[in-house]
Structures are given as structure tokens and as C-alpha cells.
Design a protein around this ligand. Structure first.
Ligand SMILES: *Cc1c(COP(=O)(O)O)cnc(C)c1O
Length: 393
């Protein structure tokens, strides 16, 4: 066996695309397989009783049980940790599995959480309604001013839960002052990086402690698998997250892990295309007389474009906009006229999607009617044309 083949070892260095293609796959340990093997096995067996007794030692070659770990999932975890510049990653059966586990790993009875108000809606429900049953209190911060997050901290605060950009207006939270205040007080910061992915934003480098993802979205990228991941650097947090995952059991299926490994090969090229399409559609909308406002942080007109440029290296293809005609009828009419964009929740797949909804923020008494676009991988001029024709009378 050629032990000098560099691909027999995980490549710790290299650009994002190189890591996606090669990192952590140990091909020569798998007969040279160019695509990683799928270990669709719930349990693992041993040659003798002594090997079983030694199974938890670091040098043991045996896995035990897929709720704890699995070779295919472990490859995905190694790769995702490297892409986010973390030291470890744990995969889950969905983004919500990852988010609830990450939060639970950091809190106990009587804990307090500070969270961004315009976070992903089921996350909001978990934090507010579900955790209330266990005496955990949450302060939701409206808007994105770091001083408001810091002012909400209490002695019992254990977690600051962040998403940036926020849903709704796609506003940016400037992370540096918040993570600094959290570090001084020993509070764990958790950041949902599903939107930007590690290709465009690296929250651990920006000072956050844990990154969570809905891998269902861009990481999976083909609308065919659910998944989630928690990524971090410190050993203490790793041990609590791993234990939480094993006991609550919301782990990723090996086949979904295998699909995610395949999807990561193209994450960078997909996101470049999503970015191109998203910006082209957003720019057309921003100049259209029937459009009131486009909430895309990549537009120079976005109020926090400067913060976006500091924290992000690019922009994926999901954003909101509001029509001049702020009625349900006009919003639905636009969505119904789209041909290439299907009507559907979720996002991050190859196909374009649109969805209408309302936003009540800034103490508004009337809602803002928003349209969310997920700009997919279709030909950019086709997508721009489709959105333009849907705005016509
Ligand atoms: C979809 C989504 C989630 C939840 O992920 P699932 O895989 O659906 O459980 C979490 N955060 C954000 C920002 C999402 O868009």
C-alpha cells in the first residue's frame, strides 16, 4: 500500500473546496474508495471479549453503537468541524435536534437565556414555551444593538443565542462586543450559521463558542435529507454535547450522513451560484417601482452593509422583500404568478422557492407583508425574468 499518498491522511491545511473534497476521508483505509463507504449498521461486533472490554480506549479500532458514533457520520463530523474551524462536531437528525441539544447542554434549572427575538420560529418556541416548563427564563432582544444584548444579561444567564442576519429584515448583529461580554461572564454563545454556512461566515473565529446548523438547508442542498450539527472548540462543551446527544438520541442516520458528505463536495460552487442568482434578483427588485424594500445584506443600500462586509465573505440566495402594495392579496398574487419558484417552506436546495408571511417588529401595529425568496440553482436570467414577470399587472 502506498503510504505516501497524501490522501491517506486528513488534510489539515488547504482551501475550503480542498477540505470539502478530501478532508478526513482516509481513502486508503477503505480500499481506496473515492466515495466514502456507507456504514449502514446500527451495531458493531468484536472478535473476542477482551476487544469488547477495550472498545472505549482511544486505540480501539471498533465502533460500538450508532447512537454514540458511526464511521460514516464520523467522517462528516470531522469535515464539518474543519470547515467551521472547530475542534469537534456532533451531527443530529435535524437542525432542531442540534439546536435543542446545544442549548440543553449549557443550562440547568433556573438558568436564564438571552436570545435574538427574530430567530428561527421553532427555535423561538423551544426557548420560550418548552423551556418554561423547566423554570428556564428567556429574554428576547428586539433589534440588533449589542448594548441591548449586554444589558439583558443577568447573574443566572448561561447562554446567549444568536442568529445573524436575523429573519425578517435580515439585520446584522455585530458580534465582537457581545462575545466579549459573554466571555468575561463565562456565558456560552451559540450561533445558528445555517444561512451563511462556513463558506461565507465563521462564527467560531468571530468568538462564538458553539455553532449550530440545519444541515437540511445548504449543507444538504438537494431537498432530500434532514440533518443538523453542533460544532465547537473546547473539550468541556464537547463532552456535555456528546453526552446530551447520546442520551436524547436525536442522531443523524448514516445514509443521511453519506448524502451530506456527497453534498459538501459542491457546497462552495453551489453557494457561489446561489449568491449570483440572489444578488441579481435582489438588484432587479430594488430598482422596481412596485417594490417597497429589499432586505438583502449584500445590497449596498442595506443599512448594515458595512457590518455584513466585516462578518461575511459573501451572501447566499435567501432574502426577503416587501411589495409597495402591502396587502395579502398583492402578496399572494405575486407568489401565485411565479413559475420557476415553487411555493414551499425550507430553503437551501437546488430549486427556487417562495413564501409569503407577515412580520410584526419595532412595536408595529400593522404587519409588514414579506415575501421570502430562496434563489436556487436555475439559470440566473430565467430567475430574474420569472420574478419580473410576476410583478407585472
Ligand atoms: C430550518 C432551520 C432550522 C431547523 O432545521 P431543521 O433541519 O428543519 O430541524 C434551524 N435554523 C434555521 C435558521 C433554519 O432555517
Amino acid at each position: 500500500m502506498n503510504t505516501h499518498n497524501p490522501l491517506s491522511d486528513p488534510l489539515a491545511e488547504g482551501g475550503f473546496e480542498t477540505l470539502c473534497a478530501h478532508y478526513g476521508e482516509h481513502r486508503l483505509a477503505h480500499g481506496g474508495a473515492a466515495a466514502p463507504p456507507l456504514y449502514q449498521s446500527s451495531t458493531f461486533v468484536y472478535p473476542d471479549a477482551e476487544a469488547y472490554e477495550r472498545r472505549l480506549l482511544p486505540q480501539s479500532p471498533y465502533y460500538e453503537y450508532t447512537r454514540q458514533s458511526n464511521p460514516t457520520t464520523a467522517m462528516l463530523e470531522a469535515k464539518l468541524a474543519q470547515l467551521e474551524r472547530g475542534n469537534w462536531a456532533r451531527c443530529f437528525g435535524s437542525g432542531m435536534g442540534a439546536i435543542t441539544c446545544a442549548v440543553n447542554a449549557c443550562i440547568g434549572a433556573g438558568a436564564h437565556i438571552v436570545a435574538v427575538a427574530n430567530c428561527y420560529l421553532p427555535t423561538h418556541e423551544f426557548l420560550q414555551q418548552y423551556l418554561d416548563r423547566f423554570g428556564v427564563k428567556v429574554t428576547f432582544v428586539q433589534g440588533v444593538k449589542p448594548a441591548d444584548f449586554i444589558a439583558a444579561l443577568r447573574d443566572e444567564t448561561r447562554v446567549i443565542y444568536l442568529e445573524s442576519p436575523t429573519w425578517g429584515r435580515f439585520e446584522l448583529i455585530e458580534l465582537a462586543p457581545i462575545v466579549e461580554a459573554a466571555r468575561q461572564r463565562g456565558i456560552t454563545t451559540i450561533f445558528d450559521n445555517s444561512w451563511a454556512t462556513p463558506y461565507f461566515q465563521k462564527p467560531l473565529d468571530l468568538g462564538c463558542d458553539l455553532v449550530v446548523h440545519s444541515a437540511t438547508k445548504y449543507i444538504g442542498g438537494h431537498s432530500d435529507a434532514l440533518g443538523g450539527v453542533v460544532i465547537g472548540r473546547g473539550d468541556e462543551l464537547r463532552d456535555t454535547v456528546l453526552r446530551e446527544a447520546e442520551l436524547l438520541g436525536a442522531v443523524l442516520d448514516p445514509f443521511a450522513a453519506w448524502l451530506m458528505l456527497r453534498s459538501l463536495r459542491t457546497l462552495a460552487v453551489r453557494l457561489e451560484q446561489h449568491q449570483r442568482g440572489g444578488l441579481a434578483v435582489a438588484r432587479m427588485l430594488a430598482e422596481h417601482p412596485k417594490v417597497r424594500e429589499v432586505f438583502h445584506p449584500g445590497l449596498e443600500s442595506h443599512p448594515q452593509h458595512e457590518v455584513a462586509r466585516r462578518q461575511l465573505s459573501g451572501y447566499p440566495g435567501v432574502f426577503n422583500f416587501a411589495l409597495e402594495d402591502q396587502t395579502r392579496a398583492a402578496t399572494n398574487r405575486f407568489i401565485n404568478r411565479l413559475r420557476l419558484f415553487s411555493i414551499g417552506c425550507s430553503w437551501g436546495g437546488h430549486e427556487s422557492l417562495a413564501l409569503g408571511g407577515t412580520l410584526f417588529d419595532r412595536n408595529a401595529t400593522t404587519p409588514l407583508w414579506l415575501i421570502r425568496l430562496h434563489v436556487g440553482l436555475e439559470t440566473v436570467t430565467d430567475l430574474v425574468h420569472d420574478v419580473r414577470q410576476a410583478l407585472e399587472d
